[in-house]
Design a protein around this ligand. Structure first.
Ligand SMILES: [Zn+2]
Length: 169
């Protein structure tokens, strides 16, 4: 099933999500539906709050369907290590049309559970590191625009308000 993507400023995007505690068939179905919804929306990352499910679960596929080995499911993830810096452009399915450069760690190591509840660690640099940080932020109620300077963030909010007024949001 394809879920609609929740857009800013829906409150579900601004609050911390809850731990996943049950690893059952329903969870596997939810993960499958999240991939379907993400591909439909042309995304490479999606967090459960973006489909109105306030749970600590996110998915990433930088290959966009091309390489099944690149499908990543992170349940109850935590960043346990980070190093370096990068400053690259990001976008978000919940903030269509908005793209801004964001300060991120160059490398992160994440600890998470898989769909069976088994803990694992995964590391990423560059784009994968950005995706980890962006998606895990979603689980903490943080959006990429929250990392911008006050001035830039205000400009973005103004742009969104204008689009809302014109019925383009
Ligand atoms: Zn996002």
């Amino acid at each position: 099933m394809i879920y609609p993507i929740i857009k800013f400023p829906d409150p579900v995007l601004m609050k911390p999500a809850e731990d996943v505690t049950v690893f059952d068939k329903e969870l596997k179905q939810l993960v499958a539906d999240m991939f379907e919804s993400m591909y439909e929306a042309q995304g490479i990352g999606l967090a459960a709050p973006q489909i109105n499910i306030a749970k600590r679960l996110c998915i990433i596929d930088l290959s966009f369907k091309k390489d099944p080995a690149q499908k990543i499911v992170l349940i109850n993830p935590e960043i346990i290590e980070n190093s370096g810096k990068q400053h690259e452009e990001e976008g978000c399915l919940s903030l269509p049309e908005i793209r801004e450069k964001v300060n991120r760690a160059f490398q992160v190591k994440v600890r998470a559970q898989d769909v069976e509840g088994k803990w694992f660690e995964i590391e990423g640099t560059e784009l994968l590191s950005r995706a980890f940080q962006h998606e895990i932020d979603h689980l903490n109620g943080i959006l990429f625009i929250d990392h911008l300077s006050r001035l830039k963030r205000d400009l973005v909010l103004r742009r969104i308000r204008k689009m809302q007024k014109n019925g383009e949001w």
